[in-house]
Design a protein around this ligand. Structure first.
Ligand code: F6R
Length: 594
């Protein structure tokens, strides 16, 4: 949420590099953007509302000064929290005397009292953001301190979560600090990059240094890390990332979303390529824990719920699930014998992260099932399993979802002492997905999308392991098609939601060849009898289906397969309704605010 990118080095087109980097981070926020550059002893700021991808660096508007030569620049693409989408609220923000510029990702909770205090001292505010107080505080402390000390002192006053970058007019330094929001330093040859996410600088370097909470980094011609509280210097390890540049680019695909859906031909097989010993060790932790909680937010929360069905069915084991944001209300059940498992693509989601912090404080063990190595969740966890999906850039999660499901399936089989059986099932699933994802299949789904694209509402039903996938299917449809979509447990319809069904309303039924089949088909018949248009996602056709999307029979891995046609349908609906599937309105990837 909010993209941050900065460059410091010998190149003289720093602003251009920042624009390029921000374009790669646009999935994190796309309502407005801005760049601060240091030229001739001044920090100048240029800001616009709208998407940075619409900005043409070669043909900038006359007032834009980003073509000036400079070797230090930083930028931000915003997902608004405090203050509407205006140029004034876009980052970077100046201090009153324009000597300090700042970009910020996160929320400063005590900004109102800080703002009042600074106003009394004569500071002038130009935006409605919580961020501006940080620039003003730094200006205030700089009266008696050097810039590094001033940033430290300002940070000590902040309550909340932040990743900030600071530049000042009279020094050739870039200063960054974090608490709760991601920031990574990329180390090139005599040059440095700072970004919210690695793909932004992957084309320049794969050598990264992670900034941890309550740490700051000062970059001039070298890089130095400090602990903010003690002021002590920290030796940072340089980690080499194995993602390739292409994996973070669209290539020949029109959108990241369809690229990532298509990559599921390979990602399941990659996800399950894990160290067996480690999987068995984690299975032992699950078996010996006095209560296991699987948590996640949004799609990852639905995967967590799917996990509870998988563990029940495959391993006859009870696990609890809740959303990251609801976990604080469950914390009274957590002890030092509990195990908390976080599901997350980014490893940065604030609500999930807070849940892990609570769990750690209570002495519980923590396992993260994540995509991004080195992320905050990775570093707080006792164990991490990397899902190996490669960079996921579309806001709507697809390949990370199914890879997370594959890992939970593997763990459930490991808990049942049947790891090999689980692996065989998932290898088979990967090859079935490979066969399923072909142009003819996509054409069949496009035909359906054309038929239903103008509906105002649609519903998805599932039972057993398909119930969490019905919820997930609804999220996919909502976020990119903007059609009102809801997922239900099929059996729950008759207790209320069936009142919503009327002539022609599309209802997707996720049907697997398992013990739930007859009941979910009965539920579909109930909807059909009330005029609903039944779309069956199922290995076999049935007379109740008005439209049949055939899926391979995946046994206990069926939920992984069944969600894929709905991902494709959501994508096609987004295109037909002229929405950008990669950048859905009001959303952003990696929700690092609470
Ligand atoms: C929906 C989606 C979100 C994320 C959620 C958690 O398609 O992607 O609901 O699943 O914001 O994000 P991570 O997995 O990064 O913790």
């Amino acid at each position: 949420m909010c993209g941050i990118f900065a460059y410091k080095g010998p190149k003289t087109n720093a602003s251009e590099l920042v624009i390029k980097g921000l374009k790669k981070l646009e999935y994190r926020g796309y309502d407005s953007w801005g760049v601060a550059s240091k030229c001739d002893g001044e920090v100048s700021i240029y800001k616009e509302i709208g998407k940075i991808s619409d900005f043409d660096f070669d043909n900038p508007p006359p007032e834009c000064d980003l073509k000036r030569e400079c070797s230090l620049a930083m930028g931000h693409s915003r997902w608004a929290t405090h203050g509407g989408v205006t140029v004034e609220n876009a980052h970077p923000h100046y201090s009153t005397d324009k000597s300090i510029a700042i970009v910020h990702n996160g929320i400063i909770e005590n900004y109102i009292e800080l703002r009042n205090e600074l106003k009394e001292k004569g500071y002038k505010f130009e935006s409605e953001t919580d961020t501006e107080v940080i620039a003003q505080l730094i200006q205030e402390y700089k009266k008696d301190n050097d810039i590094v000390e001033s940033v430290k002192k300002a940070i000590e006053r902040l309550e909340g979560r932040y990743a900030i970058l600071v530049m000042c007019a009279d020094e050739d330094k870039l200063i960054a600090a974090r608490r709760g929001s991601p920031l990574i330093v990329g180390k090139g040859e005599d040059e440095f990059f700072v970004a919210s996410d690695i793909p932004a600088f992957l084309e320049y370097t794969r050598n990264v240094m992670y900034l941890d909470d309550d740490q700051m980094v000062v970059i001039n011609d070298k890089v130095e890390f400090f602990d903010i509280k003690s002021g002590d210097k920290i030796d940072k390890r340089v980690v080499e990332i194995d993602w390739d540049v292409e994996s973070a680019e669209k290539g020949d695909f029109p959108h990241f979303m369809i690229k990532e859906i298509s990559e599921q031909k390979d990602t399941i097989a990659r996800a399950i390529n894990q160290d067996d010993e480690m999987i068995m060790k984690i299975a032992e932790e699950i078996k010996s824990a006095y209560g296991t909680y699987i948590i996640g937010c949004g799609t990852a929360g639905k995967v967590a719920l799917a996990g509870s069905y998988l563990f029940s069915k495959v391993a006859e084991r009870h696990v609890n699930t809740t959303f990251g944001s609801e976990f604080p209300s469950m914390q009274n059940f957590i002890t030092d014998k509990s195990l908390v498992i976080a599901i997350s693509q980014s490893g940065e989601t604030a609500d999930t992260m807070e849940a892990l912090e609570i769990a750690k404080k209570k002495g519980a063990k923590v396992l993260s099932i994540i995509n991004v190595e080195g992320s905050s969740m990775d570093r707080i966890s006792d164990y991490s399993i990397y899902i190996k999906a490669g960079p996921e850039k579309a806001v709507a999660s697809t390949k990370a979802t199914t890879a997370q499901m594959a890992i939970l399936t593997l763990l459930a089989y490991a808990c049942a002492d049947k790891l090999d059986e689980g692996k065989i099932l998932l290898v088979d699933t990967a090859s079935k997905i490979n066969d399923m994802l072909n142009p003819r299949y996509e054409e069949h789904i496009l035909k359906l999308a054309k038929q239903i694209k103008d509906h105002e509402s649609m519903y998805v039903i599932g039972k057993g392991m398909n119930y969490p996938m019905a919820l997930e299917a609804a999220i996919k449809l909502q976020e990119v098609s903007y059609i009102h979509a809801e997922g239900f447990a099929g059996g729950e319809l008759k207790h209320g939601p069936i009142a919503l069904i009327h002539d022609g309303v599309p209802c997707i039924a996720l049907v697997s060849n398992d013990e739930t089949k007859h009941e979910i088909i009965s539920n579909a018949i109930e909807v059909g009898s009330r005029g609903g248009y039944i779309i069956g996602v199922s290995p076999d056709n049935h007379e109740v289906f008005d439209y049949w999307i055939k899926v391979p029979d995946g046994g206990n891995a069926s939920p992984i397969i069944n969600i894929i046609p709905v991902q494709l349908l959501a994508y096609q609906l987004a295109l037909l309704r002229e929405n950008n599937p990669d950048m859905p309105r009001n959303l952003a990837k990696s929700v690092t605010v609470k």
